[in-house]
Ligand binder design. Structure first.
Ligand code: NDP
Ligand code: 13P
Length: 342
């Protein structure tokens, strides 16, 4: 049994905390919202962020106090919306125990710096890479909360740290594998959200399997190309964190990014889709961050570029697809002049 703290009592933060409680650990949830803290403490529920779970385990408690939340933790899980993580974490830095492993659930690229969450967390907490781990895989929170079988990947530079976290979150319905490819895992988790926006748009606009499969293949090619440019392991992108998570996210209205894109595909504006979103669609701020990263790495990303034109210029799904398919990208690599048949 380990002492675990989860920072952020959102849908996945609460669900993952429950997984760790089911795995036999003591879990403290930290939330900035007093009502959420009280709901978990007094009612053993998180009715606003995880309404599908009637009762959380007695071994899950909650607090709004930053120091007491983390001062005795052996594992600290970060489940804060990615764009707010750096500022939020700086308020915990002084209280983090020197031997705690810090685990990020976040799937996003920091918009104003282009940094991955492993970079943001390690900078904000002044954390050595051996004490950082990231979690990513086909983990739609409601299905995990329903204890439906799935798996995930825990990546850390330290295999011991990855194994510790994997053991602490493995149950009879949630299997954690380990990896040392933190870069690849972070890129998979964050960039698949951009693809999910595009796929959701296609579904909302009434396109079929061919179009969706084409968009997903483009997306995977761009993710993999960015991964190669940053020294990631190619196999990560064809595994659970890559193809696995893309299949789940692009295949379900439970995905906030898919649902956001679906609303755009129905002709709603970004503002309207944001109002309708049930939680944070991380792919929206990550899209421009992905473009900035691609420019820095000299990687062509026609799909992410077309999605950015949807988000920033309001182009339609039909125009997004015309822009994408009018490019000269060949699948599997990204070259500006290749006219090879796809
Ligand atoms: N939902 C899912 O199915 C999955 C989500 N993820 C990833 O996990 C991460 C967390 O998502 P999820 O748990 O669903 O969270 P939600 O999208 O439900 O909510 C965002 C979380 O961030 C918190 N937050 C927002 N702004 C701040 C801030 N300024 N300071 C502190 N906390 C803040 C929210 O707190 P509050 O509620 O008090 O506003 C909430 O806990 C995301 O990066 C997401 O991509 C990964 C896999 C699955
Ligand atoms: O990452 C997820 C599933 O693995 C959840 O996706 P959304 O953030 O789009 O809901």
């Amino acid at each position: 049994m380990l002492r675990v703290t989860v920072l952020g009592a959102g849908a996945w933060g609460t669900t993952f905390g429950r997984v760790m409680a089911d795995a036999g650990n003591e879990v403290t949830m930290w939330a900035k919202e007093p009502d959420i803290v009280a709901d978990i403490q007094d009612n053993h529920r998180n009715s606003s962020r995880l309404p599908s779970v009637d009762t959380l385990p007695d071994t899950m408690t909650a607090t709004g106090d930053r120091k007491s939340a983390v001062e005795n933790a052996q594992i600290i899980v970060i489940a804060i919306a990615a764009q707010f993580a750096r500022v939020a974490l700086q308020e915990f830095q002084a209280f983090i125990p020197q031997d705690a492993i810090v685990v990020s659930l976040m799937k996003g690229i920091e918009r104003n710096t282009g940094k991955r969450m492993d970079m943001v967390v390690r900078e904000a907490l002044q954390l050595p890479q051996a004490r950082f781990a990231a979690v990513s895989g086909p983990n739609l929170s409601k299905e995990v909360a329903d204890r439906k079988p799935t798996a995930t990947v825990i990546a850390s530079a330290s295999l011991d740290a990855a194994r510790t976290v994997a053991q602490a979150c493995t149950t009879n319905y949630f299997k954690a594998y380990t990896s040392q490819d933190v870069v690849g895992l972070e890129l998979c988790g964050s960039l698949k959200n951009v693809v999910a926006l595009a796929v959701g748009m296609c579904r909302g606009a009434g396109y079929g399997e061919n179009t969706v499969a084409t968009v997903e293949t483009c997306g995977l090619a761009e993710m993999s190309a960015l991964g190669r440019a940053q020294g990631a392991v190619a196999a990560t992108f064809s595994g659970l964190a890559g193809v696995g998570d893309m299949v789940a996210t692009c295949g379900s209205p439970l995905s906030r990014n898919y649902a956001f894109g679906y609303n755009l595909g129905k002709g709603r504006s970004v503002e309207e889709a944001t109002k309708l979103s049930n939680g944070v669609a991380e792919g929206v701020p990550t899209t421009d961050a992905m473009l900035a990263l691609a420019k820095k790495l000299n990687v062509e990303t026609p799909l992410a570029t077309a999605v950015s034109h949807v988000l920033n210029d309001g182009i339609s799904c039909a125009d997004m697809l015309a822009e994408l398919l009018g490019t000269t990208q060949s699948f599997g690599t990204t070259q500006s002049s290749d006219t090879t048949q796809r």
